[in-house]
Design a protein around this ligand. Structure first.
Ligand code: 6R9
Length: 654
């Protein structure tokens, strides 16, 4: 094996020639075999119909697999009815698995809770009754702003049970960001907690909800508050209710009503290329089919024996599909952890793996690179022999991180699956199958059985092997987004207008000589910071909303740990002072407007920004500066002395 030095460039990727075939022992016991590819290739729609019927319990069978007559608006499993929460809870109890652990919860301070499927089912029924009593009915939207505690999972399932689409907002988002999401979805109820534990301390959440609602939200009738940390909270009588007052006393009897296969299940906001986040809409039958199918086959899940842990937060799509819906629909036993990886020490994750005997671990490259930095002696202090499958998601994983992950965490034994997908795709689309595919470090490799993808050039022609271009999905898939909440035009424009009849993912990709896919990052103005999507425009708008800022340009610059980091260039208003204070002030301002994850790593105060004659900011040149590179071609600049000015006059990097 070659030495482990960082290598992320395209040339380095093409030279990556390490191969990891599955062991015979693994293949022999694997859930997914190569037959899946053959079955899907022979009859794609028939294959999905089979998956839907085999993996889920339907109250009414569907009559048509796919209705694509109103493309790009899809309907899957037409005429079918099911209840998503029933599929994730009751049916496992009815099948005799009520005593199986559904959730091992590990709080950051070390407190724990275990919920069996019987207990989880009862808790979801109680919460469903409480939500109904609070006036939430089928079709009403519920915003969820919670830490990683069991009530987060229970709340999502309770919403699904009564057909009220949830909109989970990541706890790291600010009051301002929460407000715009509540408003856009016109939520009737907000579920939150007093706070959660983060880095050894209680971190408040309720004040952000109070702040969001103080900005005016006519639709919200109640705020349901879980007591987690016991910290003091402001209380609005008549509006605010404690979870323990209304859920704990609610009846544990609740019959799940069947919903149409296309009933909206959730809205999840994600950054696009403009300032306004998009509410990605997912529905019931197709979404649950693909979440269940992928979780089972990609992770080789054996629900009776595996202990699965996905380290995402429920505020992101990975938490939706691979903590809540996929694993619970499959009847898996899983770990959920509230806190940060280094609290109280840098071995916390490995301690958790050993404690619960975690066998499948699903995490992000940014976490892996952080562990590489902390050193392999830390995981080495813990017994990780229970692990048998490792997964990666959220951003391209560089080959060195992939190999480190397999060697240090997986004991040079476990398959590693690099899974490509998006909030919009709802579930995994491109990934090796652990018992079938010979893995190539750094490549997501092949579309899953039932999925069709390609790489196109600027003119929309498929590129030959060995070349790069734009990733597209060439056929509709069950868990595809059904639209952008309240904005059909934007849905068509964003995803279906770049290439005819194909879904444009916004990612660059390359086909290698074998035709395997290598994902190369975003091709639009979306940045990927630690696997989280942020738009350059959104942060620029936040900066410009500060009274001292005249103009701002934001770029994502390569960063060894977080993949990309936010770098901002700002022009101050004439009378504003420069210096370090302004940088701190602006960083905090962005945190307040969007959330701490959006805080620029660097803010550079400049006198000018590079612009084309038509006034477009040339972010490419700013990226060169942010990444300490020789500045590229400046011939299209309106004023080509600007770059010299920027480089000589930069102040205030942090
Ligand atoms: C699931 C999730 C989606 C964007 C996507 C791409 C990047 C995700 C990846 C990956 C390379 C992988 N991405 N997985 N890039 N390899 N295995 O992360 O959803 O937050 O919507 O982000 O993340 O750029 O377009 P989301």
């Amino acid at each position: 094996m070659s030495s482990e030095t960082p290598s992320t460039s395209l040339e380095n990727l093409s030279r990556e020639d390490r191969r990891f075939p599955p062991s015979e022992e693994f293949s022999a016991q694997a859930v997914a075999t190569s037959e899946l590819y053959d079955r899907a290739a022979a009859d794609r729609e028939g294959f999905w119909a089979e998956q839907a019927r085999e993996l889920l319990s339907w109250s009414t069978d569907f009559t048509q697999t796919l209705d694509w007559s109103n493309a790009p608006f899809a309907k899957w499993f037409v005429g079918g009815e099911l209840n998503v929460a029933y599929n994730c809870t009751d049916r496992h109890v009815e099948a005799g698995h009520g005593d199986r652990v559904a959730l091992h919860f590990e709080g950051e301070p070390g407190d724990t809770r275990t919920l069996t499927y019987a207990e989880l089912t009862a808790a979801v029924k109680q919460a469903a009754n409480a939500l109904t009593d609070l006036g939430v009915g089928e079709g009403d939207r519920v915003a969820i702003y919670l830490p990683m505690i069991p009530e987060a999972v229970i709340s999502m399932l309770a919403c699904a049970r009564i057909g009220a689409p949830h909109s989970v907002v990541f706890g790291g988002f600010s009051a301002e960001a929460l407000h715009s999401r509540i408003e856009d979805a016109q939520a009737k109820l907000v579920i939150t907690s007093d706070g959660g534990y983060r880095r050894g301390k209680p971190a408040a959440l309720k004040p952000a909800v109070d702040g969001a609602l103080a900005k005016g939200s006519e639709s919200v009738e109640h705020v349901l508050v879980v007591r987690r940390t016991g910290q003091d909270v402001e209380w609005t009588d008549g509006r605010d209710v404690w979870w323990h007052d209304v859920v704990d006393s609610a009846s544990a009897e609740h019959e799940a009503q069947p919903m149409d296969a296309e009933h909206p299940l959730f809205i999840l906001y994600t950054s696009g290329t403009t300032g306004k986040p998009k509410g990605i809409l997912h529905t019931s039958g197709g979404y649950l089919t693909q979440a269940t199918y992928t979780h089972r086959n990609v992770f080789d899940l054996k629900p009776e024996t595996d202990v699965y842990w996905c380290t995402a937060d429920i505020g992101w799509v990975t938490g939706h599909s691979y903590i809540v819906y996929g694993p619970l629909s499959n009847g898996a036993t899983q770990v959920i952890y509230e806190g940060t990886p280094d609290t109280p020490h840098q071995g916390r994750w490995w301690e958790i793996v050993a404690k619960y005997g975690v066998s499948i671990l699903y995490t992000a490259p940014t976490a892996i690179r952080t562990f590489m930095k902390w050193g392999e002696q830390i995981p080495a202090e813990h017994d990780l022999t229970s692990l048998r499958v490792l997964g990666s998601v959220g951003e391209p994983i560089n080959p060195e991180a992939w190999v480190w992950y397999r060697r240090v965490i997986g004991g040079d034994r476990t398959p590693v699956v690099d899974t490509w997908w998006q909030t919009e795709t709802g579930a995994i689309m491109i990934s090796p199958l652990p018992g079938v595919t010979t893995a190539k470090p750094g490549s997501a490799q092949v579309p899953l059985p039932g999925i069709s993808a390609d790489v196109l050039d600027d003119e929309g022609h498929p590129v030959p092997n060995g070349s790069g271009g734009y990733l597209v999905l060439t056929e509709p898939w069950p868990s595809m987004l059904r639209g952008i909440w309240g904005d059909d035009e934007r849905y068509k424009e964003t995803y279906w207008s770049r290439f005819e009849h194909m879904y444009f993912a916004g990612d660059g990709a390359k086909k290698d000589d074998d035709g395997d896919l290598w994902l190369l990052g975003r091709v639009d103005d979306v940045m990927n910071i630690s696997g989280h999507r942020l738009s350059t425009t959104e942060i620029e708008s936040a900066l410009v909303s500060h009274p001292k800022v005249a103009e701002a340009a934001v770029v994502g610059a390569a960063d060894d740990t977080t993949g990309q980091a936010v770098c901002a260039f700002v022009i101050l208003r004439g009378n504003a002072e420069q210096g370090d204070d302004i940088v701190t002030e602006l960083r905090n301002h962005v945190a307040q407007e969007i959330g701490p994850i959006a805080k620029p790593r660097q803010i550079m105060v400049v006198a000018e920004l590079p612009k084309t004659r038509s006034g477009k900011i040339m972010r490419r040149l700013l990226k060169d500066v942010a990444e300490n590179r020789e500045v590229g071609d400046v011939t299209t600049l309106a004023d080509n002395t600007v770059m010299d000015l920027i480089k000589s006059g930069m102040t205030g990097s942090s």
